[in-house]
Each structure stands twice: as structure tokens, then as C-alpha cells.
Design a protein around this ligand. Structure first.
Ligand SMILES: [Zn+2]
Length: 298
């Protein structure tokens, strides 16, 4: 009967709305990482940053490591804990610079419970554990694992350099800028990666790994507002109607080329910074793991 909705129908509708919302959150939380082009660039350039005997050893396996660098994203379907390993929502740990974030995972879980820590994202610890596994693999001179964990480490450290992997507003969904995550990390990268210069930087010892990873997260976070501001301005100046890019019917529809041109003009420097910093840190961490294991042959 029109105008009359039974309570059960209302509940059903509410449940399906909730389901829609949950699947949106799940989809968006799981579906993101630098696109394959960005991750491969970071891994290749990290390899180019290496020097001396380590570079010689490692370069023999370049294509295997580069090929495996998307592995952690592909594992999301098999391992229920994997999706959380690709982000950290820093705002859930208080005001900037997020001092409620205890970098000791066990202590943090004791304080907040595992469920909440997982929900807030475990990227920092995923990267730290992968570094430790890589040291172990070097120790054992297990080539297969060396290559696997090197690729994994490049992936996680790459994600950590993507500003939208460090914020709860990971897709602009809280500020009416839905889709910014992939516009920045995939569409912009696919169109303009060739124009991003590579700034070669030899590996150095970064000091304590967890402290360094935390610094990277906070550094990445500081770009979020800049990118959002530019997106808002360009959308308004080009009079883009965001609604035309939302919903199932518009899935895959891209913002106009002009938008990306303007975005690159304004945040190309951010892209250059994040990709090059990622390549530098990945190179450093590979090299540090190898040093820590006593510089073995492999
Ligand atoms: Zn990822």
C-alpha cells in the first residue's frame, strides 16, 4: 500500500542501507593502494637507488620483486586481517601529531582492544613486521623469502607514503569529495607518471625502524588537506558536477582530462615528493635489513 511501510520493511530497508554503507566502506578500505603503476615505479626506483655489491645482488632479481609488489593487495581476499594492513587512520589517535598512538602494538591492543586497533588500520606494524621477516630471510639466505618480503615491504612502505592511507577521510567521503583517493593515486599517476622526475638518493641508515615509519605516516598526513583543497578549487573552477561521477551507473567514469591537468599542475610536486621519498625509504630499509643480517650473499 503506498504511503504505508510496515515496520519489517522499514527494518529491511534500514538493514540494506547499512549493508550498502558497510560494503562501501569495505570496498573502499580494501580496494585502495597506489595503483600498480605507482607501486611498480616505487619498487623499480628503489632498486635504482641501491649501490655497490648489494645492488649487484639485488638487481639480478629486479623483475621478480617488481612483479610481486602488488602481492599484499591480492592477498586481501584470502586473509581477513590483510585489508587493515594497508592504512592507518591517524585522527583516531587524538589531535595532530596524534600522541595517543602507542607505537607498541601489544600495549596499544591492551589499551584499546584488538578489534579497534585493527579497525583503525595496522599499516605501521605490517611494515615493521615485514622488515623483521626480511632480516630473517637474509639471515637464512632464503632467496624466495628475500624476494617476497622485499616486494611486500616496498608495497607497505609505498602505501605509507600515500597521504590518503593515513586518514579516516580516505576517499574524501567526509568532505563531499568522493573518489579523490583513486583520482590522486591511480588516475593522476596513470596519466602523468612519466613526467615525475626520479630523484636518485643512495640508501642511508634511517635509525630505529618503527620511529621512522611513524614519522613517514605523519609526514604523509600533512599533505591530505592540500590535495583536498586543490581538488575543491579545481572542481569549482571547472564547474564539474560531482554527482555525474557517483553511483553504480557511473562506475568507472573519469573526471575530465582538464581536471587532471590542473590537478597535476598544482599537486604534481606532492606526487613527486611522495613517490621519490617512498623509493628512497624502501631502498634504505632493504639495505638496512641486509646489513642487519650481516650482508649475506643470496
Ligand atoms: Zn596496499
Amino acid at each position: 500500500m503506498p504511503g504505508f511501510v510496515r515496520t519489517t520493511d522499514r527494518l529491511k530497508r534500514r538493514a540494506s542501507l547499512l549493508l550498502f554503507f558497510c560494503s562501501y566502506v569495505l570496498f573502499t578500505a580494501q580496494g585502495f593502494a597506489w595503483g600498480p603503476a605507482g607501486h611498480r615505479w616505487i619498487t623499480n626506483r628503489a632498486m635504482d637507488n641501491l649501490e655497490g655489491p648489494f645492488q649487484e645482488l639485488f638487481s639480478n632479481h629486479r623483475s621478480t620483486v617488481v612483479q610481486q609488489t602488488m602481492g599484499p593487495d591480492y592477498r586481501k581476499d584470502q586473509d581477513p586481517e590483510e585489508p587493515s594492513r594497508h592504512f592507518i587512520d591517524l585522527e583516531l589517535y587524538g589531535e595532530f601529531p596524534f600522541s595517543d598512538l602507542d607505537l607498541n602494538y601489544d600495549r596499544l591492543v591492551d589499551r584499546l582492544g584488538k578489534e579497534r586497533v585493527e579497525k583503525n588500520g595496522t599499516l605501521l606494524w605490517a611494515a615493521q613486521r615485514t622488515f623483521e621477516k626480511l632480516v630473517e630471510a637474509f639471515h637464512r639466505q632464503n632467496l624466495e623469502q628475500i624476494l617476497l618480503y622485499s616486494a611486500d615491504l616496498s608495497h607497505y612502505v609505498g602505501d605509507l607514503h600515500q597521504p590518503f592511507h593515513t586518514t579516516k577521510n580516505f576517499d574524501g567521503q567526509l568532505t563531499g569529495q568522493l573518489g579523490i583517493h583513486s583520482r590522486f593515486e591511480s588516475e593522476l599517476v596513470n596519466l602523468y607518471l612519466e613526467r615525475v622526475p626520479f630523484l636518485k638518493a643512495a640508501p642511508t641508515d634511517l635509525g630505529p625502524v618503527m620511529g621512522q615509519l611513524h614519522e613517514v605516516a605523519v609526514e604523509s598526513y600533512q599533505w591530505v588537506d592540500d590535495i583536498l583543497r586543490v581538488d575543491r578549487r579545481v572542481v569549482s573552477e571547472l564547474e564539474i558536477d560531482r554527482k555525474q561521477y557517483l553511483g553504480k551507473a557511473n562506475k568507472g567514469k573519469k573526471y575530465p582530462d582538464q581536471y587532471f591537468k590542473r590537478l597535476f599542475d598544482e599537486v604534481g610536486g606532492v606526487l613527486e615528493n611522495r613517490l621519490n621519498q617512498a623509493a628512497y625509504r624502501v631502498g634504505c630499509l632493504w639495505w638496512m635489513a641486509w646489513e642487519k643480517a650481516g650482508k649475506p650473499d643470496f
